[in-house]
Design a protein around this ligand. Structure first.
Ligand SMILES: Cc1cc2nc3c(=O)[nH]c(=O)nc-3n(C[C@H](O)[C@H](O)[C@H](O)COP(=O)(O)OP(=O)(O)OC[C@H]3O[C@@H](n4cnc5c(N)ncnc54)[C@H](O)[C@@H]3O)c2cc1C
Length: 462
């Protein structure tokens, strides 16, 4: 091809792995091209973690203000949520981060930034608009988007996804959410706190069903106590609507077969952005869901082509995408031999109180054949939670009875997203649980009860 621009490396996407990788590679003296078709920073910065957590913070402030009297604080006048101000705050935080990514990339030595859609022409050539680029090393970091299920009627109804939710500057009178997992629950609770009536439709028998049943039951109770209507065992089978009304018809054994509201949010999972990337031209293989097949070091079946972040199906979080960058950079530049299989699953669900998770659930540990010991404690028996007036939730630690290895933990409660790291780090250190029992923790904290819980282990009853 004429006017082919040659680089040492091409990175497609500026999500959570691409920019950091561009910095490392260009810092190592390589010429790098990085391509972004939409907003710098990708999902996390623009429509995912950062804006949603900014909104969760506003929702928390609303909730605390409503509960002010419980803390002995009198607020004169009516408490109102100013959704325009909530959005403006969220936009400012998100935009600072987006600008930071773009400025960093444009300031890198030996790094060319292309704005446009990248598509493979062959294993080592891509086109972006009129430009043709080639490199021996190509890194795919294209992320994913909200899945839109083929629901009858959806083509005639205005619906929202996590992306279009970002443009709302009003609280919908009645938000109907299809999907009772992480994204659906975060939006559900925050908009309930902003004043919306909220109904969550989930086809499974419980919310966040990959968690243990006791954790999902506690989450269910927290949400319903705030007035969220949860419809379980209810599969949304068709939607209809006009003039600011939307109706979701559900296939259910109990409750009304029609859920009516004013706005519809789809929160039923993610689809990788690999369908329009020309992967066939490159010979790069995907699985049946469109996730790029990679080995334990994130290289695809085509030598010199890697896939990082959500698009490889090995993780669905910012920290997994960033960890992919660390693995690839260490192996390419530091002669490392890091592998995806060395990492321990960890994530948080940012309802309030948050759920921090590490490793295996109790049921997954049982399924894998471990002889399981479990320790639990309700937050209502944790001093710090009582003092803060935030006693919802429980902590739970799962250990292997014979090896004494910590297999996993769930901390649903105030500070759960932070406290979980005590256990996660001990798991990375492969520390047997009795070691943690001897650790002196700071009082008053939630974490100070980890040694206590480990001293009260009993055989799993699942
Ligand atoms: C509502 C919501 C809340 C979330 N909250 C959290 C959270 O609290 N914590 C957490 O860890 N994770 C969270 N996540 C998940 C997190 O946002 C993603 O896991 C993370 O952003 C994935 O990063 P990535 O680098 O794989 O891809 P992305 O961030 O999606 O970036 C991919 C980039 O590639 C670009 N691109 C795609 N195709 C092309 C192409 N052909 N050419 C050029 N550019 C292209 C896209 O425009 C995009 O900018 C959340 C997600 C959602 C939806």
């Amino acid at each position: 091809m004429d006017n082919l621009a040659r680089y040492d490396a091409i990175i497609i996407g500026t999500g959570q792995a691409g920019p950091a990788l561009a910095k490392r590679l260009s810092g190592a003296g390589m010429s790098v091209a990085i391509v972004e078709r939409h907003l710098f920073g990708g999902t996390c910065v623009n429509t995912g973690c950062i804006p949603t957590k900014a909104m969760v913070a506003s929702a928390y402030a609303a909730r605390v203000t409503q509960r002010a009297r419980e803390y002995g604080i009198a607020i004169g006048g009516e408490i109102a949520v100013d959704m325009r101000a909530v959005k403006a705050r969220k936009d400012a935080i998100s935009s600072r981060s987006r600008t930071g990514v773009e400025t960093m990339l444009r300031g890198l030595a030996h790094c060319a930034v292309y704005h446009g859609h990248a598509r493979f022409q062959s294993a080592h050539e891509i086109v972006v608009g009129d430009a043709a680029l080639s490199a021996d090393r190509i890194f795919i970091n294209v992320g994913g988007r909200a899945s839109v299920p083929p629901l009858p009627g959806l083509d005639r109804v205005a619906y929202l996804t996590n992306s279009s939710m970002m443009t709302l500057d009003v609280a919908p009178p009645h938000l109907v959410i299809v999907g009772g997992s992480y994204v659906g629950l975060e939006f559900g609770q925050m908009f309930r706190r902003f004043g919306s009536k909220v109904t969550i439709i989930e086809m499974a028998p419980r919310l966040v069903q990959r968690e243990d049943a006791d954790i999902s039951a506690a989450i269910h109770e927290i949400l319903t106590r705030e007035g969220i209507d949860v419809r379980l065992n209810a599969k949304c089978i068709r939607v209809a609507g006009e003039n600011g009304r939307v109706t979701a018809r559900v296939d259910c054994t109990e409750g009304s077969p029609a859920v009516e509201g004013t706005h519809l949010l789809l929160a039923v999972g993610r689809t990788p952005n690999t369908d329009d990337l020309g992967l066939e031209a490159a010979g790069v293989r995907c699985d049946g869901h469109g996730y790029v097949d990679v080995d334990d070091q994130l290289e695809t079946n085509v030598p010199g082509v890697w896939a990082l972040g959500d698009c490889n199906g090995k993780g669905a979080f910012t920290h997994t995408a960033y960890n992919d960058f660390e693995i690839v950079a260490a192996n390419l530049l530091d002669r490392g031999s890091r592998r995806v299989s060395d990492r321990i699953a960890a994530y948080a669900l940012y309802i309030d109180p948050p759920l921090g998770r590490a490793g295996l659930t109790e049921s997954a540990a049982r399924e894998r054949g471990h002889s399981v010991l479990v320790g639990t404690r309700p937050m209502s028996r944790i001093g710090r939670a009582i003092e803060k007036g935030e006693t919802d939730g429980l902590m739970k630690v799962v250990v292997d009875a014979s090896s004494h290895e910590i297999l996993g933990a769930s901390i649903l409660g105030t500070g759960g997203d932070e406290v979980i790291h005590c256990l996660l780090d001990a798991m990375y250190a492969k520390a047997p649980y009795p070691l943690l029992q001897r650790a002196m923790h700071i009082h008053p904290t939630v974490a100070e009860f980890i040694p206590t819980v480990l001293g009260e282990l009993s055989p799993s009853k699942l």
